[in-house]
Design a binder for this molecule. Structure first.
Ligand SMILES: [Zn+2]
Length: 319
């Protein structure tokens, strides 16, 4: 198995060989589906929702096929990507035909919540419908893999740059009353799988629920577990880790909290600081990092996605 920090997952099932499946290849690209828009247009009609989803998946297919043709032409016809097409052992270094063609979703829980309307207070019901949507997409990519002999996958959205932009476009199109968003002034859609973690929902329940999504996301997934910006006992962290490994089906997870690095005294601190507690340097010398999904990123780079710092809707108290 090969995971990378952009959530790309390559497993050894491809061609039945770990080398061909996981080495010298990667992800060709992702196309991200704005699921809430499909949900708004379907007005609660299951048949219409899946029909529209299928139409969008066909467009995703065309986009990824076009990208595949461009890359193969550059490698083999135009010799523009010689680092990839170089053939030290008569086979091009980069196995472009083993690279994944990924379909991702944005706003999966928001789409399910809107679609279910008055039934949508039960987070387990919402998750069940989200799984139904993902199963449809997965069966589409599995069928495509068989018919094309290419590696089509479903993956968790690896980036959220477009999350706020798509949410704003949907507000313009459907109006403030016609969308499924918690914060209409700083709107964004989820890039993870489950709805905002409900109060009263235990960590164990969250981990079990997410594990069921990871089974379907064969092209990449991770659960980011936000923990408080405070001292945490290493024993408790180990207990949670053991629980995850022994009792859940999570494929990948990461604990996350914000960190600040001081360029002046080269020390790291927990939390987003305005002033270094070691040497007193202020903001020009400080870099703050946080994680939504995927790798840690500069907090200022997370702002376009969320409009503000991550709100950590389900901070996990591990003490
Ligand atoms: Zn300092």
């Amino acid at each position: 198995m090969n995971y990378d920090s952009n959530l790309v997952r390559l497993d050894s099932r491809w061609m039945g060989d770990w080398d061909l499946g996981t080495m010298r290849t990667g992800n060709l690209d992702y196309v991200c589906v704005n699921l809430p828009r499909i949900s708004y247009e379907s007005k609660g009609d299951d048949g219409l929702l899946f029909e529209k989803l299928n139409e969008v998946l066909e467009i995703c297919k065309l986009a990824l096929e076009a990208k595949g043709h461009v890359i193969e032409n550059r490698m083999f016809r135009d010799n523009e990507l010689t680092m990839l097409s170089n053939a030290p052992d008569s086979e091009p270094y980069y196995r472009v035909r083993s690279s994944t063609r990924g379909i991702s979703c944005i706003g999966l829980p928001e789409a399910s919540k809107f679609h279910m309307g008055s039934l949508s207070e039960d987070w387990k019901e919402i998750n069940r419908f989200s799984i139904k949507i993902l199963e449809k997409i997965r069966s589409y990519t599995d069928a495509l893999s068989k018919s094309t002999n290419q590696r089509w996958v479903v993956a968790q959205a690896p980036f959220d740059y477009y999350s706020a932009r798509l949410a704003k476009l949907d507000i313009e199109r459907f109006g403030r009353e016609g969308v499924s968003l918690d914060n209409l002034d700083q709107p964004y859609y989820s890039t993870d799988n489950t709805l905002k973690k409900p109060s009263g929902c235990s960590l164990k329940e969250i981990l079990e629920a997410e594990g069921r999504f990871h089974h379907l996301l064969n092209g990449g997934h991770t659960l980011t577990i936000p923990i408080p910006d405070s001292k945490i006992s290493s024993r408790r962290l180990l207990e949670v880790t053991n629980d995850i490994v022994a009792r859940t089906e999570l494929g990948s997870y990461a604990f996350a909290r914000s960190l600040t690095y001081c360029l002046n005294c080269q020390t790291s601190h927990i939390g987003v600081l305005q002033k270094c507690t070691t040497c007193g340097s202020t903001s020009a010398q400080l870099l703050s990092f946080d994680r939504l999904n995927g790798p840690q990123r500069l907090v200022e780079n997370l702002l376009p996605a969320r409009g503000s710092r991550p709100t950590r809707g389900w901070l996990v108290d591990l003490d």
